[in-house]
Design a protein around this ligand. Structure first.
Ligand SMILES: [Zn+2]
Length: 292
């Protein structure tokens, strides 16, 4: 008898029956679980294959660094959203609230959280990220919550565009649940697989462009995972677009679609002369806020 390993089981419900959708990077397959409808790379690659994708991540944060002010404005809004979402008196009346940002990148969210009075800490797989945040004076751990226990409790855990990268997203959410204090709040964002951008662009959708993306959530599958892990007051919605200048959006689009560079690059140069924000979020990101 062939024994099924976790490598062949749905990352959310452990189902074993899948519908093949298409062949992804490295010949990996994107498949949809017939039981819970989660779209995922299946069979799962090994941890070594995944970490090889991050081997040369030095330049990974370059576009991010360039648009720090945009990310700052976005995270400022998100922190205000978290503060407005307290539902537990236990947390509400706590003097210094602790926040953990999973995948804290350049530490912009940590800075915004600190300004709002949080004790802000982070965890990131990237050594470059840890170095930057530590230099800014934050306590940041190198690694992943799926393999590390921080032996601490937090009032808020945030994970912006991280869960689609996780080899084991269920374990990540279970670990976040463990690290939250009772009544604590979690906020997670990820590209939305049911967005009309994906439907319009099909295989060319930006959410599929990165080989590091292994999980493709929609509002239903994200909500399902949160309930499975034990969260309550689960609220899913479409995320706001980060207010990038239009010129930057055209330039990034030309990185994603080199075949159209001949038209996108001139548009980027023209757009530099106008102070216009790009109103669309082609990732169609969705956001979940929930309570432990
Ligand atoms: Zn499933």
């Amino acid at each position: 008898m062939k024994i099924m390993t976790n490598k062949n089981r749905c990352v959310i419900c452990e189902g074993t029956i899948f519908q093949f959708l298409f062949s992804h990077h490295h010949g990996w397959s994107v498949q949809k679980c017939k039981t819970c409808e989660m779209v995922q790379v299946m069979p799962r690659p090994s941890a070594m294959e995944v970490s090889a994708l991050y081997a040369n991540d030095d330049r990974h944060f370059d576009p991010y660094r360039e648009q720090i002010a945009v990310h700052r404005a976005y995270f400022h809004t998100k922190i205000a959203e978290i503060v407005a979402s307290w539902q537990s008196d236990a947390v509400l009346h706590r003097k210094r609230r602790r926040l953990l940002d999973v995948g804290c990148a350049m530490g912009v969210l940590l800075e915004e959280a600190k300004k709002s009075g949080f004790i802000a800490e982070g965890i990131d797989m990237s050594k470059a990220s840890v170095k930057t945040c530590v230099k800014k004076g934050f306590r940041v751990v190198h690694g992943s919550l799926t393999t590390l226990s921080l032996n601490k409790k937090y009032d808020v855990v945030t994970a912006f565009e991280v869960i689609e990268h996780e080899l084991n997203p269920r374990k990540m959410m279970e670990s976040i649940h463990t690290h939250l204090s009772a009544g604590g709040v979690v906020i997670v964002t990820t590209p939305g697989h049911e967005s009309w951008y994906r439907k319009l662009m099909g295989r060319q959708w930006v959410g599929y462009t990165h080989p590091e993306h292994l999980n493709f959530f929609d509002e239903e599958t994200l909500k399902h995972l949160m309930h499975e892990v034990g969260f309550h007051n689960v609220f899913v919605k479409k995320d706001i677009a980060r207010p990038f200048p239009l010129s930057f959006a055209f330039r990034r689009a030309s990185d994603y679609f080199p075949a159209f560079r001949f038209v996108l690059e001139p548009l980027s140069i023209i757009a530099k002369h106008f102070d216009i924000q790009n109103p669309i979020n082609p990732w169609g990101c969705i956001e979940v806020i929930a309570v432990k």
